[in-house]
Design a binder for this molecule. Structure first.
Ligand code: PMP
Length: 281
């Protein structure tokens, strides 16, 4: 297994991480996950643009130009001979004697791995059960930070209720999933939380907005309540690893079941088409 360590592709066992790496001590770092279809990364430019954006918001200094990191990521995918799978790239603020104050000029550490994985066909086809829980996360969910305890706790609660994903709400306003963006459909209109500090602006979310525009489907990027979630005609979630998955039920703070509707299916199909086009280019 080959991994990325700084600017080197090397065997995984050659890598050692300092006990006082700030990613390890403080979760002081950022990451991206890119899906690889047929050996080709999908939306690599968009993911790395967001990576740079997260770095800028946290005043982290990139150790190399982003183009170089993209090249190394492509090498990593090749070295591991990934046909379908993911590549994970993270950057921490590196090692220094443990202290809260960060230095803006700190040498950041980049690591990455790639793994084979097939798209979750069953979730895409049959849909997922979800569990709605309060959003206990911080107020900078727009940053793709390594600090994911709010997300992991929500996912655990969902799993404890035999649900595949947690949906979150902040004081009755639905934000997003624990590792996905959330959409509802009402009277053939799509609603999703605006891309502000309360959600991660998913790359898949952005594709969906574009596709909906092309298909003449109205999308409202406006807050919606847990009551509106309950009363929705269709619900779906999106992420890089899931693409679009229909939501068939919600439990927890509200309860409802949903059919897998035509809007969800249409967007799902168009996203698959877009991914296929990427493969042949
Ligand atoms: N929101 C959260 C909290 C996430 O973790 C993810 C997946 N990384 C998403 C949304 C979806 O983002 P993307 O489509 O870029 O994978």
């Amino acid at each position: 297994t080959f991994v990325l360590f700084n600017n080197q592709i090397t065997e995984r066992e050659n890598v050692s991480i300092d006990m006082e790496d700030r990613g390890y001590n403080f979760g002081d770092g950022i990451y991206e996950v890119v899906y690889i279809y047929g050996g080709k990364p999908f939306s690599m430019d968009e993911h790395f643009r967001r990576f740079e954006e997260s770095a800028r918001k946290l005043e982290m200094k990139m150790p190399c130009p982003i183009e170089e990191l993209k090249e190394k990521t492509a090498e990593l995918i090749q070295a591991n001979n990934i046909h379908n799978g993911i590549v994970y790239i993270q950057m921490t603020r590196g090692a220094s004697a443990r202290a809260h104050l960060y230095e803006k000029e700190a040498a950041c550490l980049i690591t990455g791995f790639a793994r084979k994985m097939d798209p979750p066909a069953e979730a895409q086809e049959k849909g997922v059960k979800t569990y709605l829980t309060p959003d206990i996360r911080w107020l900078r969910c727009d940053i793709k930070s390594l600090n994911l305890l709010g997300n992991t706790m929500a996912k655990r609660i969902a799993a404890d209720h035999a649900c595949g994903e947690a949906l979150q709400h902040r004081d009755g306003i639905c934000t997003e999933g624990s590792s996905s963006n959330l959409f509802i459909v009402k009277n053939n209109e799509v609603h999703t939380h605006p891309a502000n500090n309360l959600i991660l602006n998913g790359i898949t979310r952005q594709h969906i907005l574009q596709i909906a525009g092309e298909q003449g489907i109205t999308v409202k990027e406006a807050p919606f309540s847990t009551e509106e979630l309950q009363a929705a005609d269709e619900v779906f979630i999106s992420s890089t690893t899931m693409e679009i998955a229909p939501v068939i039920s919600v439990e927890g703070d509200v309860q409802a079941t949903y059919p897998i509707g035509s809007v969800t299916r249409a967007l799902q199909k168009k996203l698959k088409d877009k991914i296929k086009q990427n493969r042949v280019h």
